[in-house]
Design a binder for this molecule. Structure first.
Ligand SMILES: Nc1ncnc2c1ncn2[C@@H]1O[C@H](COP(=O)(O)OP(=O)(O)O)[C@@H](O)[C@H]1O
Ligand SMILES: [Mg+2]
Length: 586
């Protein structure tokens, strides 16, 4: 019914329910109770027909309604325990999977995230895990309850007339075949549907974060069409799932009716010939008819299992992706670094596309190094290697003589701070955002950082001051204000090494001046890497490294490089000829 790897996926899903075995045991007990009441009601048909309805046993009649209510009361309580326990167990399992998935995502390298959209990840964590939850709960409830009921009813049927039951079971398996074929199609379609749901989530995520661009370009209609197209695409797969799912029951029903017809025809003969009593035939018939519901549910269960597997495969795809940047077993926690940084014959490529070749650079503690070069020359890549967002392929990057791959990530993060163009702020208060890297920092320290970042004044002017909640992406602040908050955040971290990647590029000249002053405070007594396309902002660097195509083409102070009249001189002249201080670079 289910292929080998399918069974493995299913087993993995079931593994997550291990901590909740107590609840599941309760479900099994309740299921047995529910199943037993079903069997009992089928069994009681025989004495009802053979004894109670006979004139001599009329005395038993008043008991009949009592028994009916009792049976349903027992069945009802069993069902309640069953549903409640299994649904909570399902929700707990899903909570665990979601937590694991989220934690796992945080461990994966940036490289992995570059290959997938944010919406895709969100969809897997929300939608696919959600599908797993609904479907596994159904599977457990129905699987346990219906199997118990079925086995009981089967026993009863055999007990009443084993020959008749055997005949029934020669014909009934006929009904199973279409179920299997249908299940396969359901899995294919539901997995495809989940993938489309991922695309839909990606579109939504893009739309809501890029609303300003959409409005400014007036592309609402195009975006709407894109969304509607994907949504229709989603419907296409869901429709197929619905089609196969709804088709399986009627097919089974019609095929089963052929069996049932044959069996009853044979049964009536046996009553006429005196082999069984009428009560036995009725009881048998009731058992067979009652079997229909669990049987149909079990067949449907196969369809549900296929849906779970489709979703589970998508979830496990992420869980099975091993983080490629992890702490070495012998990783050590360094204290506060002095701030010496060495790139030693570094070679680096993104997916085979070489960016850095034999790149070497020595930076002394406290030195300010500017990386200059055309867009795409590899400046961001160089600092990403220092932050260990990626690992070098050859050579080594070291801090104070220690290979960054040997430094525990937690201590690396404490020693290197990044401020870049992307002034990402969390949906939290101003002080919460400044405190992001050091949650234990005092109010006093936060304020001091804000003052040094030239942010204190505008923060005080906010209605709630430091407690003001910043919108999702800091929409209520200007670019310069956001950047100053990011600088305060880095200041509070007080890392000995600082990376400024185009930190002022997105700002207008006026805010740049303030941000530049804030950066001056931030850079004091720190080894600093500055990447900026406005050359005026880096004239004061101790060392300017000119990069082209991932190689160092020139190195020296501003004065030296200007005197050399090489690449840097050309860039500088070009920029000032343009007068606006901009250069086609980034
Ligand atoms: N995540 C990535 N995956 C693949 N290629 C990348 C990635 N990031 C940058 N690149 C490529 O690496 C080269 C250097 O990029 P980058 O270091 O960002 O340059 P710079 O910061 O100097 O503009 C470019 O050709 C760019 O296309
Ligand atoms: Mg860059």
């Amino acid at each position: 019914m289910v292929k080998r790897e399918g069974i493995d996926v299913l087993r993995r899903v079931i593994c997550y329910s291990r901590p909740y075995l107590g609840r599941i045991a309760l479900v099994v007990c309740a299921s047995i109770l529910v199943g037993a009441t079903d069997v009992a009601s089928a069994k009681l048909v025989q004495p009802l027909v053979d004894k109670v309805l006979q004139p001599q046993d009329r005395a038993l009649i008043p008991l009949v309604p009592f028994f009916i209510v009792l049976l349903f009361a027992v069945k009802g309580s069993g069902k309640f325990v069953q549903e409640y326990c299994i649904k909570t167990a399902g929700a707990l399992v899903v909570q665990d999977i979601r937590n694991e998935l989220y934690s796992h995502c945080l461990k994966l390298s940036l490289g992995y995230f570059n290959q997938n959209t944010a919406g895709n990840f969100m969809s897997r964590i929300l939608n696919d895990v959600g599908v797993m939850q609904r479907a596994t709960a159904d599977m457990l409830v129905d699987g346990i309850r219906e199997s118990v009921t079925l086995v009981g009813l089967l026993g009863l049927a055999f007990y009443n007339d084993w020959k008749l039951t055997s005949v029934a079971f020669l014909v009934l398996p006929l009904a199973f075949f279409p179920g299997i074929c249908v299940g396969r199609r359901i899995k294919k379609n539901s997995k495809a549907g989940q993938a489309v749901l991922g695309d839909l989530t990606a579109i939504l995520q893009e739309t809501f974060s890029g609303m300003k661009i959409i409005k400014s370009f007036g592309t609402e209609e195009r975006e709407r069409d894109k969304f509607m197209r994907e949504n229709r695409n989603f419907y296409h797969f869901i429709r197929n799932v619905a089609l196969y799912d709804s088709l399986s029951a009627p097919i089974v029903e019609v095929l089963a009716s052929i069996g049932v017809a044959a069996v009853f025809w044979f049964g009536i003969y046996r009553v006429i010939n005196g082999v069984i009593t009428l009560g036995q035939l009725f009881s048998f018939g009731t058992a067979i008819i009652m079997m229909y519901v669990p049987l149909r549910r079990l067949i449907k269960l196969n369809n549900t299992a296929q849906t779970v597997m489709g979703a589970a495969e998508r979830v496990f795809e992420i869980l099975d992706h091993h983080p490629d940047i992890t702490d070495a077993p012998d990783a050590f926690s360094m204290g506060r670094a002095r701030g010496e940084v060495v790139f030693d014959h570094v070679h680096f490529a993104y997916d085979g596309q070489t960016v850095l070749e034999d790149f070497s650079l020595h930076v002394s503690p406290g030195e300010v190094v500017a990386l200059v070069g055309p867009s795409g020359s590899g400046k961001t890549t160089i600092v990403s290697l220092l932050l260990r967002f990626y690992d070098v392929q050859k050579g080594c990057v070291s801090i104070d003589g220690h290979d960054v791959r040997k430094i525990a990530s937690e201590s690396l993060r404490r020693n290197v701070a990044l401020v870049d163009q992307e002034t990402f702020l969390f949906n939290d208060s101003v002080s919460g955002n400044i405190r992001y890297g050091c949650p234990d920092a005092s109010e006093e320290a936060v304020r001091k950082a804000a003052v040094a970042a030239y942010a204190d004044q505008f923060i005080r002017e906010l209605p709630a001051g430091y407690d003001e909640i910043i919108g999702d992406r800091g929409v209520r602040l200007s670019g310069g204000q956001r950047q100053r908050l990011c600088i305060a955040r880095a200041l509070l971290m007080d890392a000995p090494i600082l990376v400024l990647d185009e930190a002022t590029s997105a700002l207008d000249t006026e805010s740049e001046t303030v941000v530049q002053k804030a950066l001056g405070n931030l850079m004091r007594n720190r080894t600093t890497f500055v990447i900026a396309h406005r050359l005026s902002t880096i004239c004061g660097a101790d060392k300017i490294v000119v990069i082209d195509n991932g190689r160092v083409v020139e190195m020296g102070s501003h004065a030296e490089l200007m005197a050399a009249r090489g690449f840097y001189h050309k860039l500088y002249e070009f920029q000032f000829a343009g007068r606006n201080g901009e250069m086609a670079s980034g």
